[in-house]
Design a protein around this ligand. Structure first.
Ligand code: NAD
Length: 302
């Protein structure tokens, strides 16, 4: 039976460290860190994520500027809103909540965010820095996964790591980060012919396919470390009361895989809280750089 990797408590520890950093340096900086989150339209899941990010900012002492724009906003107005935040000295980090309404090209708008306010680490310059190994804001979810692995003393160097998913948000930066930590990395995606041939060889398996319960114990090597990035809200209709309740699950069948893996992240309470933490870490790190403060939290970022 494997151990459950606790993301929730580790996220709390990171928050406490950020609270201390902000308290220690706020006076010298002359202002607290600031994060602006732009939400366009009314996607309900985005509403929940934005609210959680706002609460997390409040907990650690980051000024949170929530900008909620109508889905009918013009491309030009959205662009001008981002430029305004780029020029606002009280804002250290800008996050454009995805998905954007269909008519917008997300890459176009992500590229307008100033690279030194890129709280999500998705600007091409910062992705380039990641590839080169230069310090910069990092994609929050993969950075959170690495921090979790390290905090649980999971050896990465020399291991075989398999990442399922190749999105710019999760899979690709995750693979680069693991390779930088000296793992031998394979990326699987929707065109991978025999997924099990790859996953069964993985010492570390990171699953970010966005497919509920895709991975069961059969697909996992004995004693592997399994990181479940997926998150799904599955509706369950009660036939008698006709009420709908929801079950949260990941891409991995947790109970099944727990019997075979040496360690596994739960959903909820695994990668999710770490993603929010890393957003805070990126923002505080950008604040330190903007205010000429010492860079004291580099160890938390890959
Ligand atoms: P995405 O849809 O952009 O990418 C999914 C990737 O998985 C694609 O590269 C696709 O090729 C691959 N894929 C899909 N089905 C596959 C299959 N059967 N076999 C192999 N590969 C397959 O999604 P994303 O943005 O990378 O997110 C992935 C999941 O992670 C989603 O469930 C998302 O909600 C979740 N997520 C969670 C967090 C968090 O904080 N926990 C953060 C970001 C994303």
């Amino acid at each position: 039976m494997g151990i459950t990797i606790d993301g929730k408590n580790f996220a709390k520890e990171i928050e406490q460290r950020l609270i201390n950093e902000i308290n220690d340096f706020r006076q010298e900086a002359g202002r607290p860190p600031g994060l602006a989150v732009i939400r366009v339209g009314d996607d309900p899941a985005s509403g929940v994520y934005v609210k959680n990010k706002g609460k997390a900012c409040e907990r650690v002492g980051i000024n949170n500027f929530n900008i909620h724009l109508d889905s009918n906003i013009s491309e030009n107005d959205l662009k001008n809103q981002i430029i305004k935040l780029n020029n606002d000295e009280s804002v250290d980090g800008i996050l454009l909540q995805l998905p954007l309404p269909f008519k917008f090209d997300k890459n176009h708008f992500l590229n307008i965010i100033s690279p030194d306010k890129d709280a999500d680490g998705l600007h091409p310059l910062n992705l380039g820095k990641l590839i080169k190994g230069d310090f910069g804001p990092r994609s929050c979810t993969p950075a959170g996964v690495l921090a979790l692995l390290k905090n649980n003393h999971i050896k990465i160097a020399g291991k075989k790591a398999v990442v399922i998913g190749r999105s710019i948000l999760v899979g690709r930066p995750m693979a680069i980060i693991l390779e930088s930590e000296n793992a031998t990395v394979t990326i699987c995606h929707s065109h991978t012919r025999k997924l099990e041939d790859e996953t069964k060889n993985a010492d570390i398996l990171v699953v970010a396919a966005g497919k509920p319960d895709l991975i069961d114990a059969e697909l996992v090597k004995k004693n592997a470390v399994v990181i479940d990035v997926g998150i799904h809200r599955i509706p369950i209709l009660n036939e008698v009361t006709k009420e709908t309740t929801y079950r949260l699950c990941g891409d991995v069948k947790f109970d099944d895989v727990l019997t075979k893996a040496s360690a596994i992240t739960p959903v909820p309470g695994g990668v999710g809280p770490m993603t929010v933490s890393m957003l805070l870490v990126n923002t505080v790190s950008l604040w330190q750089s903007h205010c000429g403060l010492p860079s004291t939290i580099r160890d938390l970022l890959p």
